[in-house]
Design a protein around this ligand. Sequence first.
Ligand code: GDP
Length: 521
Amino acid sequence: MNNLTNEIDRRRTFAIISHPDAGKTTLTEKLLVFGNVIRSAGTVKGKKSGKFATSDWMEIEKKRGISVTSSVMSFEYMDRHINILDTPGHEDFSEDTYRTLTAVDSAVMIIDCTKGVEPQTIKLFKVCRMRGIPIFTFINKLDREGKEPLELLEEIEEVLGIESYAMNWPVGMGKRFLGVYDRYNEVFIRWQGKEEEQHIPFSELDDVKEISEHPTFVQAKDDFELLEEAGNDFSIEKVKNGLQTPVFFGSAIANFGVEMFFRTFIDLANEPQPRQTVAESVKPQSEQFSGFIFKIQANMNPAHRDRLAFLRVCSGVFERGMTVKVSRTDKAIKLTQSQQFLASDRETVEHAYPGDIIGIYDPGVYQIGDSLYSGNQQVEFDEIPTFAPELFVKVTAKNVMKGKQFGKGITQLVQEGAIQLYRQYGTDDYILGAVGQLQLDVFEYRMKGEYNVEVVYQMIGSKIPRWLEDQKVDTNLFDSRNMLVKDRNGDYVALFDNDFSLRWFQDKNPKIKLIDIMAQD
Ligand code: GDP
C-alpha cells in the first residue's frame, strides 16, 4: 500500500452532533483523554466557550484574535488519525455549524436518555441525512433514570426516519443500572461506578450469577430477545450510506461504554470519501491535491484584519508552500501559512492528507465553497448548499450618509457567507437571515469594525422560510404574516410566522408549491 492510501485509510473525520446539554463536551473530553491530548477531563476550553453569552464570546475573540482552538481537534488513537470537527451549539449556533457537516465523513449523534430526540439534534441530523453520511448514535446518561431503551429506538426511527440497530443493550438504568450487553463485541460491560468497567465475555456470563440471575438482567434479556427477533438486522452497507444508525448506550461522565463505543465507531466509520464535483467525483487517492473551503473565520480584532479559511483536503497531499489555484477566480496562490489543529494549539502544518482540515490564511481571496487544486486540471466541487435561516431582521445604516460603505459591507459579507441577504418584495428593504443570533451579532460587529458603518436592526423574528417553485406567483396573496422576499438569486421566498400560518396558507393555496430546502431526501 502506498503512503497516500495508507494515510487515507487510517483517517476518520467526523463531527459530534447533539442538542445542548446532551453531553457532547463530556464525551469529546473522554475521546481526547484516550488520544492523550489532555490528561484529565474538564480541561477543554471549548466547554466554556460553548456556553458563553455572545457578548462574552466577542470579548474573548477580541483578546485571542482568531479563535479556532475548539474548531477542529486532531489526534492519534490506535494507529488512526482522528479529526473531530466541532459543531457549536447554544448561542454559537450558526450556518457554520451546518457547513461543518459538509466537511466530515461521518457523525456521532448524542442523545440524552432522559430527553430523547431534541430539536437541535433533528436539525443537524437532517443536514447529515442530506449528505448520506454514516450516523452513529450514543445514548448518554444511563446512570440516570431515562426513557425505556425500546422507546428511545422507536423515537429515533420515527422522529428521524432512520433504521436503528442497537449495538449494545442497557441492563437497567439509573440506580438499577448493571451495565450493557454488548452484542457486537460479545461482552457484558459491567457497571461498577465511575471510571470503572469490567468486561465479561458472553461465554463466561453464566458463571457470574449475581449478574445473570439478577431480575433486572433477566428483564433486559427478555427485551433484548424481542429486539433480536423483531428488530432490524445489522447492515454495514446501510450504515455506510446513512440508512441505519448503530446505537450505543453508555454514560459519558462516568466514562462508561465510551471506549468500546469509540473503538467500534472507528472500525466501522467511513474513511475519507470521494467528493462530487460538477463534472465527476474526485477520489481521495488521486495524486492531484484538491480541497474546498467550508468555513471562514474573521478575526474579531480590528487591528488584525486577516481571516482564517478552513479547508478540507479531498485528494492528494497538501504540502506547505505549494501553489494552488482557486477554481472560482482561476487565480494562483501560494499556501505558506497553514495550520493544523491539535486540540488546544494551532501548529504549522507541513503535510496534510485527505480527510484533514487545515486552516489557511485568507488575505480576502476566498469564499465559502471555493475549490482549491494543484496542477492544471481544474477541480470544482459541488456547491455547499444554502441552509434555511430561522431568524430575520430588517437592516439599515444608522447614518444615511454611509450608504455606500453599507452597500459594500453587505455585499462582501454576504459573498463571504457570513449571513444571508434578502430584499423585501415591494419595498426592496434589506433583510438579513441567520441561523442563529451569533451571526447577526458578528455581522453588526464587522460592519462597524471593517466598514465603519453602524447598523440598526429592526427585528422581524423567527420565521419559517419556504421557497416558491413558481416565480409567476400572485404577490397579492402575501402580507405581513407571510411576508414575501427575494433571495440573492432573485427567487421568491415566503416567510411564515409559524407552522400554523404555513399550513393555513398551503390549505388555501394548494396549487402553490412551497419548498423546504432543509428537507431534500
Ligand atoms: P453539551 O452541552 O452537549 O456539551 O453537554 P455537556 O457535556 O456540557 O454536559 C451537560 C451536562 O450533562 C453536564 O452537567 C454534564 O456533567 C452532564 N453529563 C454529561 N454526561 C453525563 C452522563 O453520562 N450522566 C450524567 N448524569 N450527566 C452527564
